[in-house]
Design a protein around this ligand. Structure first.
Ligand code: MN
Length: 522
């Protein structure tokens, strides 16, 4: 019997982007979209264009750049403007669909819409109607499905089918469901909703109780054939269903589920690593499938005589995921063409001007560093070439610290084209550096997070620093990479300041009438 196809609906760029403090530039979003397309997903949610001008422009650029999977945009049910914006973005795509939603639970319905159940059924019907003016491909989501009355969930499902939705997605918006409840509800939908033959049933889970993957799997077991997920499971709070985990469960246990996906397994590791690099959301070492420790066996299994054989204790072959045991290192005297080939291999295709800049940075690094790993090159490109357009630029840093002197820093920066230099003392070199930057930019964001991570091995390794900066209600993450940790910290701080600018220029919520104020919580 042929394996059953499970569709992978990627929402990294829409729901995944809600990681607290994460702000992605247009360029970063396009890079991520290209890599996810290369990974081989079936559906790519390119964004929520009605939310802001920035979202609209980014989604448009993604649609102009990628092709292959079905491209989908989200629109709020009561906002005709959202549907118009979504369609303006999607118009030129070959394969496309619209996505809208209504609250299923009483709590959400009353809180966000202040309408009764009958009225929400009507709103859903109208929303599908708006969408169908543009396309036949309409996904309809139920928000907070598992805290809703199951009988009402059936009513909403039936309304969606009758109104012409082609896909019905059940969202466990707050991560409340358990696998058994998911299975029971899917059974009930299948038994009671009429006309499901050509309808895609879909699930969207959150990981608040650590059950996002288990719940998605429970739905698949009951015949649901589409899963919403994000790369590395990133998303607000505890995140969403991790794409790489659900794909590898279906792959590893094909014997049990008889399901397949269209994902190219060899792109899993490069994708997860690249998205962690760009977002600054680090992958925990114990994370299944792609964590640094995921394939390190501490309990020593007796060496088998023939080492070429697949180890008997290994259920997943790391080679299949694109994890190279011995990566081919780029020579220090590599040519620009060789660097270009290496970058393409790492999923980073640059234009000639970007490649020039990357090559300059590579030559500089090769002079300073014993061994240049793939990770070094990747970080370099993300840092030097693909960074957000900057209002603040770090030009020069000098610190003095030690056990007897008072740590102090001198910093030179360019602010709005003007060069400013200043100095300050601090409790340590990093503190002194941050205080000096604050003096120069005349802003004092609160430091909510400070993380240091070595990207590669050795004392000359590139250090990655992630800072959380808060100004009023706005929290952003800044990232900096350098072989000097103080310098990486300064870069991270300045990057955070630039991200704040980016965010303030394109605040996420545009002007809506009172009718349309309905948070896209899904
Ligand atoms: Mn969600």
């Amino acid at each position: 019997m042929d394996a059953r196809k499970v569709l992978i609906f990627d929402t990294t760029l829409r729901d995944g982007e809600k990681v607290p403090g994460l702000v992605l530039s247009l360029n970063e979003k396009v890079r991520i979209a290209k890599q996810i397309v290369k990974l081989g997903v079936d559906v790519l949610e390119v964004g929520f264009p009605g939310a802001s001008e920035g979202e609209f422009e980014a989604a448009k650029e993604i649609v102009a750049t990628v092709s292959g999977p079905k491209l989908v945009c989200l629109a709020r049910p009561t906002s005709k403007k959202d549907f118009e914006a979504a369609w303006k973005v999607l118009e030129k795509a070959d394969n496309k669909g619209l996505h809208t939603f209504v609250p299923a639970s009483d709590a959400y319905r009353e809180h966000f819409l202040k309408k009764n159940r009958e009225e929400v059924l009507k709103i859903g019907e109208e929303a599908i109607g708006y969408a169908k003016k543009y396309t036949d491909d309409v996904e309809f989501s139920l928000v907070d499905t598992w805290r809703a009355d199951p009988a009402y969930v059936v009513n909403l499902g039936q309304m969606a089918v009758d109104s012409g939705a082609t896909s019905i997605n059940f969202a466990d918006t707050v991560g409340y469901a358990t696998p058994r409840e998911v299975a029971d509800l899917v059974d009930r939908i299948n038994a009671e909703v009429k006309g499901l033959d050509n309808i895609t049933l879909s699930i969207h889970c959150h990981n608040d109780l650590g059950l996002a993957v288990a719940n998605s799997l429970a739905a698949i077991e009951k015949g649901v054939n589409q899963v919403h997920c994000t790369v590395n499971g990133i998303g607000e709070r505890a995140g969403n269903t991790a794409l790489e985990e659900i794909v590898m469960i279906l792959e590893t246990r094909k014997d049990l589920y008889g399901c397949e996906t269209s994902v190219d397994l060899g792109e899993i590791y490069p994708t997860c690593r690249m998205i962690s690099q760009i977002t600054g959301v680090l992958i925990p070492p114990g994370k299944p499938i792609v964590g640094a420790n995921a394939f390190i066996y501490e309990t020593v299994v007796p060496q088998v005589a023939d080492v070429k054989e697949k180890p008997p204790y290994e259920v997943i072959d790391p080679d299949e995921l694109g994890i190279k045991k011995e990566p081919e290192l780029l020579k220090k005297d590599a040519t620009k063409e060789e660097l270009g080939e290496k970058l393409a291999e790492l999923g980073l295709s640059l234009n000639p001007e970007e490649l020039d800049r990357a090559y300059e940075a590579f030559k500089e690094l090769a002079e300073r560093k014993e061994t240049v790993f793939d990770e070094d090159i990747e970080s370099l490109v993300v840092e030097e070439v693909l960074k957000v357009p900057a209002r603040y630029k770090l030009l020069y840093l000098s610190v003095s610290a030690g056990s007897i002197s008072v740590p102090n820093a001198t910093v030179q920066m360019e602010v709005d084209g003007q060069i400013i230099q200043d100095a300050a003392f601090g409790r340590g070199p990093v503190d002194a550096t941050f205080k000096t930057i604050q003096k120069i930019v005349k802003r004092k964001p609160k430091l909510t997070r400070y993380l240091v991570n070595a990207i590669t091995a050795g004392t000359d390794a590139l250090g990655e620093v992630v800072v959380g900066l808060q100004e009023d209600d706005l929290i952003v993450m800044g990232r900096g990479i350098d072989s000097d940790v103080v310098m990486a910290s300064a870069k991270a701080f300045v990057n955070g300041l630039n991200k704040m600018e980016l965010y303030r220029k394109a605040p996420p919520v545009s002007e809506f009438t009172e009718e349309e104020v309905f948070a896209p919580i899904l």
